[in-house]
Design a protein around this ligand. Structure first.
Ligand code: TYM
Length: 332
């Protein structure tokens, strides 16, 4: 079985439709066919300095949402990144094999640094993609299911793996990104050309997995559509409608041309109502299962401990190889 690995940051109280369609939905599907490793990237979240209470709460609710979305602890290994100390250790070793220039090229860093002002952006934001490479290479992952915004980080990961293998001998599997075209960038409902984002979308632009059906419906009905009244996929001229068409198509398994025919001559109202229904029907069971898991923290923490044990076994193996290959002296 090929191995799959991916992570998600606990930087909000709820995941959103972009996280779900761009990544988590694929994670659930791939458990059937892959040896699956998924984790909550709490070390990555530290790069924006959350309060300790917030980080703790969001780490648990993130794990609960992943189980709630269908990650099965029997078939997948779900763990918290910081439980495996080796991530930080491997990140340092990879940092020492990364050029300033190639790290400085990362557009996500440049965007975030520009927002906070170059000088005040943290060093953690700068080395963030290298920690991500460590996450992936640690588990010798073959495939990494992510949204389109992670493409460049995956390219860096591949470069670092190849360089390391050339310098120190065969050590890491070179991973492939797994990105589904239709869902690689789910748009903000109010600004459909921008991606739906935990950090930059307005509350009206974002559909949260843990939202109740009423606000979900309201936000979809108020989503920016475009002039005209035709339900047609046209990313250039109708980014809002196209975004909603993609969502409805994936959630209901209906090809877009079939949806275009179905809503012909009906305007946007009926179409939006069905989008809202599909989203609410998808999120409601996830929210209910999440709430149930959150009511038993002991059980949730136990499941995460089981995941950590499995993940750690592989991390120990990889690090023994890495330490040996680069010439770090064994403790004896
Ligand atoms: P994060 O937490 O920002 O997002 C989690 C996943 O959701 C995807 N995503 C989207 N997909 C489509 N449309 C959107 N609007 C949208 N918004 C977010 C992201 O692409 C991602 O797949 N750096 C990663 C976390 C990470 C990681 C890793 C991922 C840390 N280590 C190792 C893979 C492998 C991130 O910030 O994801």
């Amino acid at each position: 079985r090929p191995r799959v690995l991916s992570g998600i940051q606990p930087t909000a109280d709820s995941f959103h439709l972009g996280n779900y369609l761009g990544a988590v939905r694929q994670w659930v599907g791939m458990q059937e066919t892959h040896d699956a490793f998924y984790f909550i990237a709490d070390l990555h979240a530290l790069s924006v300095n959350p309060s300790p209470a917030e980080l703790r709460r969001r780490t648990r609710v993130s794990a609960a949402q992943l189980f709630g979305a269908g990650i099965d602890p029997e078939r997948s290994t779900l763990f918290v990144q910081s439980h495996i100390r080796q991530h930080s250790e491997l990140a340092w070793i990879l940092i020492c094999n990364t050029g300033m220039g190639e790290a400085a090229r990362m557009t996500q860093f440049k965007d975030k640094a520009a927002k906070s002002g170059e000088a005040s952006a943290g060093v953690g934001l700068f080395t963030y993609p290298i920690l991500q490479a460590a996450d992936i290479l640690m588990y010798q992952a073959d495939q990494v299911p992510v949204g389109g915004d992670q493409k460049q980080h995956l390219e860096l990961t591949r470069d670092l793996a190849q360089r390391f293998n050339n310098r120190y001998g065969e050590t890491f599997t070179v991973p492939d990104p797994y990105i589904l075209k239709e869902v690689e960038k789910i748009g903000d409902l109010q600004e459909p050309q921008a991606k739906m984002s935990k950090s930059s979308s307005s509350p009206q632009g974002i559909l949260e997995v843990l939202d109740d059906p009423a606000p979900l419906r309201k936000k979809v009905m108020r989503a920016v559509t475009d002039t005209g009244s035709e339900v047609l996929a046209d990313p250039e001229n109708k980014p809002g409608v196209t975004n909603l068409l993609r969502v409805l198509s994936v959630l209901t398994g209906t090809p877009i041309p079939e949806l275009e025919t179905r809503y012909e001559g009906q305007g946007y109202g009926a179409f939006k109502k069905d989008v809202a229904e599909a989203v609410a029907d998808t999120f409601t069971p996830i929210r209910e299962r999440t709430e149930k898991l959150m009511s038993d923290e002991t059980e949730l923490d136990r499941l995460l401990a089981v995941g950590a044990r499995r993940a750690e076994a592989i991390a120990v193996e990889t690090m023994a190889k890495v330490r040996d290959h680069i010439g770090l002296l064994p403790k004896g």
